[in-house]
Each structure stands twice: as C-alpha cells, then as structure tokens.
Write a protein that binds this ligand. Structure first.
Ligand code: HEM
Length: 466
C-alpha cells in the first residue's frame, strides 16, 4: 500500500442520511447512540456530528494508544474547551507544560493521608445531610433524593477545598457553579460555539456568574494567604504552600483556576456516584441486605470516622454502581499529530472520545453486563480483569486526582444513609441517565423511614461477607 493510501484509512461507522449526521440522536440520547453504534460496529466507531467526525474508541488497544503509549500526540479535547470558559486553564482543562507543572504541584495535596484527615469533615457534612433528610422521613412523602446527595457532595468539596469556615458564602457558590455548568452544557451541545464575549442575554448572565465566582474565590484565597492559622487544613492551604522543583509557588490567578476546577470536578461526579449507589441497592434488595449488614456490624463496633477500611462490600457496591453508571460517562482528546492504528489513521485535529459508559457495559467485556453484581470487584476478580474494561476515574497521566477522596466520601455518605433509613424507591422504573458534564440519575424519588437499629451481632459481618 502506498504511503498516501495508508494515511487515508478511516475508522468504519454509519453513514446517516440526516444532514446533521448523528447529531439529532446525540442530542436526544448520547449514551444510547454511543453504546448502540459501538455494539453494531463491534468496538471503535466513527460518527458524524454535523460537520465533525467523532472517533469513539472502545478497543483497549486503541484507548491505550491514546491515553498511554501515544499520549504525547493528543491534548484534552473539545468537551474541555467550553469548560475552559468557566474554569480557566486549571488541571482539568490545561495541557502541555502548564498541566505538567500543575499536576506535580497538586498531586501531593490529594495524598491519602490528607484525604483521610478530611474524614471528620465529611462526617459533619453527612450529619447535616441527615438533619435535612430527617424532615423528609418525618413527613413521609416521596421526594427527589438527588439534590440532597448533591448538597452533601457540594458541602464536602467546598469545605475540603476552601476550609471549613465558609458557611456565609456556600449557597452563593453552589448556585453560581450550577448556573455556570448549565451555560457550559448549552455551549458544549451547540452546533455553532460562540465565545461568551458575544453579548447574548445568556452570555451576559454567564459573565455575571463568572465575575461573582471569581470575586468569592479570590477573597477566600486572599484570606488564606493573609492568615497562617489552619492553612494546611484545606486543599487550598496545601496548594498555597506547594513549591515546584525550582521553588516556585502558584500565583493567585492559577490558584483560582484550580479551586474552581476542584469545585466543579468534585461535586456532581461524587454526588452522582452516591445517588446511583443508593438507586442500584434499592433495586437489588438481596445485595442491599448484605451491604446493610456490613454497615451495621462495622458501625456497631467502630466510630464512622474509622470505619471506611472495613466497609469492603459497601465499597464494591459503589464500584459496581459506577460501572453501570459512570459519572464521567465520556471524555475527549484531540490529535495534535497524525497517528496510525491497526485499521485506521487519525489526522491532526481528529476528535477522539472515550466512554467509560460504553466500555463498562460492552457485551464482549462483561458477562451479563446489565446485572448489578458487586462481586465483580472482589480483589481476585478485579486483578484478573484485562485493562480498559473498567476506568471510571480515567487512565494514564490524567487519572483523576480526586479518586481516593471521592471513594471515601461516597462510602461515608452511603453508610450514613443506609444505617439511618429504610429507603423505598418510588420511581424505580422511570429513573433515567442524565448525561451532562456528569451522568446523574434524574430524578430518584424515594420515601424514607427512620430505622429501628437492632444491635449488630458478631456474626453479622461474616453474613455480609458471604
Ligand atoms: C466519583 C467521582 C469522580 C469521578 C467519576 C471522576 C472522574 C474523572 C475522570 C474520568 C478524569 C479523567 C478525565 C480525562 O482523562 O480527560 C478525572 C480527572 C480529574 N478529576 Fe476527577 N472524578 C471524580 C471526583 C473528583 C474529585 C472529588 C476531584 C477533586 C476534588 C476531582 C478532580 C479531578 C481533576 C483535577 C482531574 C484532572 C486530572 C488531570 O488531567 O491531570 N475529581 N476525573
């Protein structure tokens, strides 16, 4: 084959007759579009969205090439461009040298020992969630659990990032982040993307939200710089004292990008993981009773602050909920150089999408993929699994820095919820995936009843493990 012919090999995909290609199907339900086309084409597939081709990579070798062996040929992709307007060039959206330097500065701030030191703060946020939920339990009427667990996740991430003492500004931040995210979603999905400086009413509102967020975060940064007390107790405090190899610290503008990044990246993702875990456990009562037996047994003998390592089955149930409903349902890269794969080539500028949702359910990779079964995540099973079947936190150099924080936080939230309430799922058949920046369930109507806790017996743990 000539060199020229080899360069033009395209990845196979459907040839939709609609002038906008697969765009209408993408707008209506991207998860179903991606999943069905990947299954129809037996793995990686090319889709046309309006005038752009999206390469959805499913085959492990293809993903490995983009995220690991050939990662230098790619930068963060289109989905991150809209986010950049909200966050600025923080760890999630930046690339190149800036990303490398920031990653080295930030990674140590998420070390296990720091996250574990935040457990009491997570428990306090859990207590506040239970106080709100007690009112629902007393009233007995069905309500949507999703905003409540999102509130818990927002409470944790804001306080972990900016320090515990932010009561006065928390509601405003939550509101502004929510409105900012809504703008980003519309911008991402628009067939023609105009920058926020074009003075449409929506853009003007977005710039207002952004200005307010910047003011609040800048004030918190200034406050932290000026007071030495308790600095190291928050992520921001740790970032203020972080130095790179040349001894340089982050300036206030970069700190603002990173704080906004953490508030966004650590909020709906973690809240979604908790909501999906509750939902799947309610739909699978046999697993729920084992998980609850574990929680009762562990909390019967240990303070929740020390319980996380023992909540083993609970952790596996969360892993399995994130398999079926990965909060980060897809992420993207753009080729900055030409690249060649076994059956196709990519030109510079080619768009690559990698979807944990598709791979986590792909029939060639999983037995009974739609069955909820936490035993897929026993140590032996997880170890035996080939790569790129399960990657809710990404893979390679950009692996999520907040992974441990999220997993600890969801375990605590779930243990607190299940030990306090019996949860009846009211709309079990109608919960739908809501794939925006994160994939959250929409809505999860439940009815709560305060449990009469029986004292756990010594055999309960053994029963749970069975
Ligand atoms: C269940 C919760 C979470 C999920 C499912 C999740 C998922 C992900 C995924 C898939 C990526 C890789 C994206 C890519 O390669 O393009 C990522 C990156 C990232 N996540 Fe998370 N995340 C979660 C929680 C958090 C938390 C709690 C934080 C911080 C407070 C956080 C901060 C970040 C940052 C800063 C990055 C960018 C890393 C880099 O590019 O170097 N995430 N996350």
């Amino acid at each position: 084959m000539s060199r020229r012919a080899a360069r033009t090999r395209t990845l196979a995909g459907p040839a939709p007759r609609h002038p906008l290609g697969a765009y209408p199907a993408y707008r209506a339900d991207p998860l179903t579009l991606f999943y069905e086309q990947a299954v129809a084409y037996g793995g990686s597939v090319r889709l046309r969205l309006v005038n752009q081709h999206v390469h959805l990579l499913v085959d492990p070798d293809h993903i490995n090439q983009v995220l690991v062996t050939g990662a230098a040929k790619y930068r963060k992709g289109i989905s991150y461009q809209s986010l950049n307007y909200l966050l600025g060039p923080g760890l999630l959206t930046s690339g190149g040298e800036l990303w490398k330097r920031q990653r080295a500065l930030i990674k140590p701030a998420f070390a296990r020992r720091h996250v574990d030191a935040e457990i009491p703060l997570m428990v306090e946020c859990g207590q506040r969630m239970l106080e709100r939920l007690d009112a629902h339990a007393a009233d007995g009427a069905p309500f949507d659990l999703v905003p409540e667990v999102m509130g818990f996740a927002a409470d944790v991430v804001c306080r972990a990032v900016m320090g515990a003492d932010i009561d006065g500004i928390l509601p405003q931040i939550e509101d502004d982040v929510r409105n900012g995210v809504a703008w980003v979603m519309r911008h991402m999905a628009a067939p023609l993307q105009v920058p926020p400086t074009v003075p449409t009413p929506a853009n003007r509102r977005f710039l207002g939200v952004l200005a307010r967020l910047h003011r609040v975060v800048d004030d918190v940064i200034k406050g932290n710089r000026n007071s030495n007390a308790g600095q190291a107790d928050s992520l921001l405090g740790r970032l203020l004292t972080a130095r790179d190899d040349a001894g340089h610290a982050m300036d206030d503008e970069q700190l603002r990008h990173e704080v906004l990044t953490f508030l966004l990246a650590g909020h709906e993702t973690t809240g979604g993981a908790l909501a999906w875990s509750v939902y799947e456990l309610c739909r699978n009562p046999a697993v729920l009773s084992r998980v609850r037996a574990e929680i009762d047994a562990v909390l019967g003998g240990t303070e929740i602050e020390n319980a996380v390592p023992s909540l083993e089955l609970t952790g596996r149930a969360i892993d399995e909920a994130m398999r079926l409903h990965p909060p980060a349902w897809a992420f993207s890269r753009t080729a900055i150089e030409a690249d060649s794969f076994d059956t196709f080539d990519l030109e510079p500028g080619a768009i690559v999408v990698i979807s944990p949702f598709v791979n986590h359910r792909f029939p060639d990779f999983w037995e009974s993929p739609l069955t909820f079964d936490p035993d897929r995540f026993t140590k032996e099973n997880a170890k035996a699994r080939p790569p790129f079947r399960y990657f809710p936190f990404g893979w390679g150099a950009h692996l999520c820095v907040g992974q441990h924080m999220a997993l600890v936080e969801v375990r605590i939230g779930l243990a607190m919820l299940l030990s306090r309430y019996d949860i009846e799922l009211v709309n079990g058949l109608r919960v739908r995936e809501n794939p925006e920046i994160s994939n959250t369930p929409d809505p999860v109507f439940v009815r709560l009843t305060r449990r009469q806790r029986t004292a756990p017996t010594t055999s309960t743990l053994a029963e749970a493990a069975r």
